[in-house]
Ligand binder design. Structure first.
Ligand SMILES: Nc1nc2c(ncn2[C@@H]2O[C@H](COP(=O)(O)OP(=O)(O)O)[C@@H](O)[C@H]2O)c(=O)[nH]1
Ligand SMILES: [Mg+2]
Ligand SMILES: [Zn+2]
Length: 357
């Protein structure tokens, strides 16, 4: 065969660009991040995503990049960085589309970052003694606050004959939250989750340990990526097989974050999320006579009036009020600590200025 000249190069280049596009997209790269960079950035400092946060380093992956770099301050799994290859510590963290955080367990009230840039958060609960409406509502409020789509997944319904009951209870939490029932081990679970797991999407599994989060991640991946372990029969509790949050890219090009079980879930700065989760009650309280009605003893309280005539459930109202006051309390404590820390920083700052003189 005789060649008339060099092969048309543009086609090849186009292929490369397409390929790079698809590979980046399957890591979760989208217009929101593209808008934050200029094309020269992309060549000099390629975008990489944080797959796992270790104590002293970060595992980051991009197109033709799969490395560990030294830790950066205040980053979470799912964050996008513009990787400074010469000096990874000065890599730029791109602005987040969403950030899921909670008040850390224990006495330390510090905020803990759970995951960044999620589109959907699957709240996993099994149809056994793990099922807890108040906890589901907490998760939903936290997820709504972060402007992430919450979806409830009920697992182990294959072990339970009374599924309808669990499913109905979960469906009543909010009409805006989808509820799906799965056998996490079966490949049909993959089809059921498919609408939220398209190319370019980022999803996470949240919930107590032993409910099937790692099993679902494996089912989506189509092969066992992660260890899972049977729960203790006596109390249906899991054994914390998964010890850190990790992002996996599954074949259909969706980023999936498996998380370890959370023992305690406290809300902070979640007022909007709580309002959305209890939208009907929030709307109703607009009709209370007093703006700051505590819905307890005040005259003209619309919430109390509706409880009396049986239109709303007093137990649900109490769960709502508990979340509202817990959120206010935690938000106040964090704000106080934050201003104290800033005051200390200011002092240090002015001290240094003095020294420089
Ligand atoms: N029968 C049944 N077992 C399940 C289901 N989902 C998870 N399991 C089992 O429950 C145990 C704990 O699952 P795992 O994925 O490790 O839970 P995780 O702690 O939430 O990650 C494993 O033995 C799974 O095989 C389910 O839908 N049906
Ligand atoms: Mg697990
Ligand atoms: Zn009221």
């Amino acid at each position: 065969m005789v060649h008339d000249g060099p092969e048309p190069k543009s086609q090849n280049n186009q292929h490369d660009i397409l390929d790079v596009d698809v590979r980046l997209k399957s890591l979760g790269w989208n217009q929101y991040f593209i808008d934050q960079v200029v094309s020269t950035d992309l060549r000099e400092t390629p975008p990489v995503r944080i797959m796992q946060v270790h104590r002293s380093n970060l595992h980051v992956v991009g197109v033709n990049v799969d490395i560990k770099i030294p830790s950066l301050y205040e980053v979470a799994v799912g964050d996008w960085l513009l990787l400074n290859q010469g000096d990874p510590r000065s890599s730029k963290i791109l602005k987040r589309r969403s950030l899921l955080k909670r008040r850390a367990a224990g006495h330390d009230r510090k905020e803990q970052l759970i995951a960044a840039n999620l589109d959907t958060a699957f709240i996993v609960s099994s149809c056994n003694s793990d099922f807890n409406l108040a906890r589901l509502e907490r998760y939903i409020a936290m997820i709504n606050e972060a402007e992430i789509t919450p979806v409830i997944i009920l697992t182990k319904f294959d072990l339970n004959s009374d599924l309808t009951n669990f499913s109905q209870l979960a469906s009543k939490i909010s009409e805006r939250v989808a509820v799906i029932n799965v056998d996490a081990r079966s490949s049909s679970a993959k089809e059921q989750l498919a609408p939220w797991c398209e190319l370019g999407q980022t999803v996470a599994f949240l919930g107590s340990s032993g409910v099937g989060k790692s099993t679902l991640t494996n089912t989506l991946a189509g092969n066992p990526l992660i260890n899972t372990q049977a729960v203790r029969e006596a109390d249906d509790k899991g054994r914390h097989t998964t010890t850190s949050r990790q992002l996996h890219i599954i074949p259909q090009g969706c980023a999936v974050i498996d998380t370890p079980g959370m023992r305690e879930l406290q809300l902070t700065d979640a007022a909007t999320g709580i309002k959305e989760t209890f939208a009907d009650l929030h709307e109703l309280e607009q009709s209370c006579r007093f703006n700051d009605c505590s819905h307890d003893h005040e005259p003209g309280c619309a919430i109390q009036a509706n409880i009396t005539i049986g239109l709303i459930d007093v137990i649900r109202v109490n769960r709502w009020l508990k979340l509202v006051s817990e959120d206010q309390e935690n938000t106040k404590v964090l704000a106080k600590r934050f201003s104290k820390e800033n005051a200390t920083k200011d002092k240090i700052g002015s001290g240094q200025k003095h020294k420089q003189k």
